[in-house]
Design a binder for this molecule. Structure first.
Ligand SMILES: C[S@@+](CC[C@H](N)C(=O)[O-])C[C@H]1O[C@@H](n2cnc3c(N)ncnc32)[C@H](O)[C@@H]1O
Length: 368
């Protein structure tokens, strides 16, 4: 699979559904807001006065970061009331940028921050974070949440699982090596973009020091559940072995040590480019749907609410794993049945299901 095919294969749900289905992702960003405000407070007055630039990389439809960016505007205005503020939203070219525009300009279900004051400039880019997105030396704060676990390429299919968390041996080694190369590439591009003294606040999926990761914090392991259902489809003769393996998520969850390494090793090109690790910690944000189920106790409601949140980010990969020789309707039906099976499992035996988020919250500075 080429990079182009890869990037075309990953899309979040469109039509503004992404932000509505993923309230948990908004909680993750809200928890990072104090770090972002502190980073703004640390900038030089001159840097802000000459024009403040913020980037939100892998923004999807921008709905989950709207309130955080409202806080960014307040924090910058508190420093320099009239400072021009550019907000650069970026994602892959196939992202639903119409939904993004609707959310940012207040045409969707959310309030816009644009009427807070003049001199705010939202800008939109379809450039991947594996390339330089904005001109060198112009970025004050680079932000990204829940996006950089997507690798630049699927290095191989995983023969026994759908995600690297279940990979073994050479397949796991290949994913790990790709993830390390990709993290360095992301950082080197950001090092070019940042002004001296600028900062990155990056909130990335991680594997924590107790081996916990997204959907695996006790109870049912969400990725094992994905895999069991997909394997079941092979056993029932509904999909082929090749289709099973082709549905390999091009993702990897770094540990805190893996994230830190290029920022602490003085011989690493990332360190030499002037990036320094200021802070990193791992945090868990609870699955809002499981938390709400604990209150209302209605298993059918839980299943109906929970499945769309996982579907919003992995449906395109399951769909693209299926052979293009199958008629479109058949592929669509298989995907409906797949999520329908997951929904029924949750409805019939709800306890232990949920998608708790496990992230590394990272602050990186560019030396002046
Ligand atoms: C789970 S969404 C996160 C959206 C938002 N940042 C949030 O936290 O709610 C992941 C986003 O990363 C984007 N993404 C994946 N790979 C990317 C890449 N190489 N460059 C830019 N965006 C990418 C996807 O298109 C998707 O919109």
């Amino acid at each position: 699979m080429t990079n182009k095919e890869h990037s075309e294969g990953i899309t979040m749900s469109g039509g503004g559904i992404y932000s509505l289905a993923t309230v948990g992702a908004k909680h993750v960003i809200d928890a990072a807001t104090p770090m972002v405000v502190d980073a703004i407070d640390s900038l030089s007055q001159e840097s802000i006065t000459t024009g403040f630039t913020f980037s939100d990389m892998g923004t999807a439809d921008a709905g989950t970061s709207l309130s955080m960016i409202g806080n960014v505007i307040d924090a910058v205005s508190a420093r320099v009331p009239e400072a021009p503020i550019s907000i650069v939203y970026s994602d892959q070219p196939r992202n639903d940028f119409n939904a993004l525009i609707a959310n940012v300009y207040g045409l969707g279900p959310f309030d816009t921050y644009l009427d807070r004051r003049d001199n705010i400039f939202p800008l939109v880019s379809g450039t991947t974070f594996y390339k330089q997105i904005i001109p060198s030396g112009t970025l004050d704060i680079g932000f990204s949440a829940t996006a950089m676990h997507w690798l630049s390429a699927k290095v191989c299919n995983i023969s026994n699982h759908v995600q690297a968390v279940g990979a073994e041996g050479e397949e796991l080694d290949a994913f790990r090596a790709q993830a390390h190369r990709d993290w360095r590439q992301i950082l080197l591009h950001r090092a070019r973009e940042l002004k001296p003294g600028g900062k990155l606040v990056l909130i990335n999926f991680a594997k924590d020091d107790q081996g916990r990761y997204l959907g695996n914090t006790g109870g049912v392991n969400m990725f094992d559940q994905f895999n069991l259902i997909w394997q079941g489809f092979v056993e029932q003769g509904r999909i082929t072995r090749a289709e099973y393996e082709n549905m390999t998520l091009p993702q990897y969850y770094n540990t805190v040590e893996e994230f830190s390494a290029p920022l602490q090793d003085q011989d690493d090109p990332v360190y030499q480019a002037g990036l320094r690790l200021e802070h990193i910690d791992s945090r868990i944000v609870k699955c809002p749907f499981a938390e709400s189920f604990a209150q209302h106790g209605d298993a059918a409601r839980f299943a109906e609410e929970y499945i769309p949140t996982i579907r919003s980010w992995n449906e395109s990969i399951f769909f693209n794993g299926l052979s293009a020789d199958r008629p479109l309707d058949e592929r669509r039906q298989l995907i409906e049945d797949y999520y329908g099976t997951y929904r029924d499992i949750v409805r019939d035996s709800p306890n232990g299901h949920g998608m708790d988020y496990v992230h590394a919250y990272t602050v990186i500075s560019k030396t002046s």
